[in-house]
Ligand binder design. Structure first.
Ligand SMILES: [Zn+2]
Length: 242
């Protein structure tokens, strides 16, 4: 579709100004889009008056503000962890804070609110990172393995051998299944997600032991095993950016 014109406009709302890029297009309705960077984009058919476009944007102001906030939080989450006190991390969908403590014994533990990094030299970034990463690997192994066993039980009628679990950092998917090698690989970052989202991924991968592809039969099996899988998928995709 060919753009007719683009301009930056702004409207006043009860809670402040909304700036948006406005484009006239040969389309039927007014469209509103929030880009990943939080900018607002509106397109409208040629003959819709600017006033109507503005009141449309005002009517969507709550939605816009929430979406912009959501994207800006995602930006913050993408920043590299420094493993310092006060830093927020998310584990199993719960927000927790890192506390670094000088200690002659080095270990990491968690009380559900704080993750304590006990380290001999608190100013040693590499050591803090190493301790934390090792601990997180252990958490992944424990949590994922437990979920794998639960899901495996649900698949009992299909007589599937318990697969080998591999954990990797992946940038484009949550998990994968090699049905003929009996291996399920899960993305390490799933540990940030609520448990039902991790379950959803494991259910998905187990379904591949019966249907290796994403056929209609695959999805109807997934639907029967986990009726709310779409909701879990939505929450997962909203809470973690790969
Ligand atoms: Zn799949």
């Amino acid at each position: 579709m060919k753009a007719i014109s683009t301009e930056v406009r702004q409207v006043e709302t009860d809670c402040g100004t909304i700036v948006f890029t406005f484009e006239r297009k040969k389309i039927k309705n007014i469209n509103l889009r929030i880009r990943q960077d939080g900018s607002v984009y509106v397109s409208a058919p040629p003959r819709v008056p600017v006033k109507a476009v503005e009141s449309f944007v005002v009517s969507k102001s709550d939605y816009i503000r929430n979406a912009v906030l959501h994207f800006s939080q995602r930006e913050v989450k993408k920043a590299e962890l420094q493993y310092i006190s006060g830093e927020n991390i998310t584990l199993l969908g719960r927000s927790m804070q890192i506390k670094v403590e000088e200690d002659c014994r080095e270990f990491v533990d968690c009380d559900g609110t704080y993750v304590y990094i006990h380290v001999k030299r608190p100013d040693d970034y590499n050591r803090r990172k190493k301790l934390f990463d090792l601990w997180l690997d252990g958490q992944c192994m424990t949590v994922f393995d437990e979920i794998m066993h639960e899901v495996h039980k649900k698949f009992a009628p299909y007589n599937i051998a318990f697969p080998q679990l591999k954990i990797r950092r992946m940038t484009s998917r949550w998990g994968s299944c090699q049905p003929f090698k009996s291996v399920i690989t899960l993305n390490k970052r799933l540990i940030e997600a609520p448990e039902n989202c991790i379950e959803y991924v494991v259910f998905h991968e187990f379904c591949h032991f019966i249907h290796p592809n994403h056929s209609r039969q695959f999805y109807s099996l997934l639907q029967s095993m986990l009726p709310d899988w779409k909701e879990c998928k939505r929450i997962l995709e909203e809470s973690i950016v790969l």
